[in-house]
Design a protein around this ligand. Structure first.
Ligand code: XIL
Length: 345
């Protein structure tokens, strides 16, 4: 209802940015419709400053991934100093609105503060420092965060281990250690490994699955794998996505589609959001939902969208191109992709 009113108002005052045909006018609540959690990555500044953003976040989603504030550069900006301001505030929003929280991310090679990048120390010092980072954060929110991306993006495309700062200083075993430290801090939290292109590259996916299967044999409990799925209407196809989801689930991992966005402009052309492009995007969305539904319920940790609306998407700023990858448009109106989701969830 609220979307329809806003659309009508915008049409009346003639300031709608896209043709009306690109919004679907459908209303409802994604998560209420679904049999598994439907998540969104949230930005605290937007949450605190935009009523429309907050309304959509609260009404449409029941799982929240903080987009940036749990990353080391934000939460641990100085040695021995943790910035809990924003994370505490997000946690109380989630508590108030009864949202599940997915923690993202503890050990990554990106968005590190300068003090970690220039940290000098022995292997033992690095291990201790990794342990302290993981356990301080997890202990503060013990029992309140359902699942954690403990390690993020540790693999290269050819399936070898990325030579990240953590690997350079601790060696390959940093991954195993990170999961052991995490398990120790909160035995009940679900522990995930998260990466991109797992749906695109069977080589990378096989390497990740084999690696974590081996860790399991060594007694490390890994609960799930996050497939980021920053994809486009061009690639990958629906059947590649289906194989990836089934593969991960067949190996007894919960499957988190953890950062979903569907680019309509992967080549960075000068485009607008046409009905045709958004229709293709909606169709791929539909296919993903149908494939995801085939997984056993116990493996459906959820689908998380990487942002609320097109205007909030990281793609525009990071890749410096116009794109329309999310469920809601620049005016927070539901797009055909949203309607497809409401229809098929
Ligand atoms: C992105 C955020 O969306 C941006 O706001 C930030 O500037 C850079 O990081 N893989 C991940 C996410 O695991 O944490 C990244 O998020 C997108 C790629």
């Amino acid at each position: 209802m609220i979307f329809r009113l806003v659309t009508i108002t915008l049409l009346l005052i003639g300031c709608t940015e896209h043709p009306a045909s690109t919004t679907c006018g459908q209303t409802g609540s994604l998560y209420r419709q679904a049999s598994y959690p439907i998540g969104v990555a949230l930005d605290m500044m937007e949450l605190n400053s935009s009523a429309e953003y907050q309304t959509i976040a609260t009404e449409q989603f029941n799982s929240i991934t903080p987009e940036n504030i749990f990353k080391a550069e934000s939460i641990h900006p100085e040695r021995g100093f943790y910035n809990w301001l924003e994370t505490d505030s997000l946690m109380s929003y989630c508590e108030r609105t009864q949202k599940r929280v997915h923690g993202h991310t503890l050990i990554w090679h990106v968005q590190l503060p300068e003090w970690i990048r220039s940290f000098q120390g022995t292997k033992a010092d690095w291990e201790l420092h990794m342990k302290e980072h993981i356990q301080t954060i997890m202990t503060r929110y013990k029992g309140k965060i359902a699942g954690w991306d403990v390690v993020n993006e540790a693999f290269n495309e050819d399936g070898t281990l990325r030579n990240s700062i953590w690997r350079q200083h601790i060696g390959d075993s940093y991954i195993e250690k990170a999961y052991r430290f995490a398990r120790e801090a909160d035995p009940n939290a679900l522990l995930f490994y998260n990466d991109y292109n797992l749906e695109v590259s069977p080589t990378k996916r096989a390497a990740v699955i084999t690696y974590f299967n081996n860790l399991r044999l060594r007694g490390v409990k890994i609960d799930g794998i996050g497939l980021q799925m920053h994809i486009s209407i061009v690639h990958p196809g629906s059947s590649e996505i289906a194989s990836a989801l089934m593969d991960v689930s067949a190996n007894e991992y919960k499957v988190h589609i953890s950062e979903l966005d569907i680019s309509v402009n992967p080549l960075g052309k000068n485009i607008t959001a046409t009905t045709e492009l958004l229709g293709e995007q909606a169709n791929l969305m539909g296919a993903i939902l149908l494939h995801y539904r085939q997984l056993p319920l116990k493996h459906r940790y959820g689908i998380t969208f990487w942002g609320v609306s097109d205007r909030n998407s990281w793609i525009r700023s990071t890749y410096n191109r116009i794109d329309y990858p999310l469920l809601f448009d620049d005016n927070y109106q539901p797009k055909p992709m949203y309607c497809k989701a409401i229809e098929l969830l």
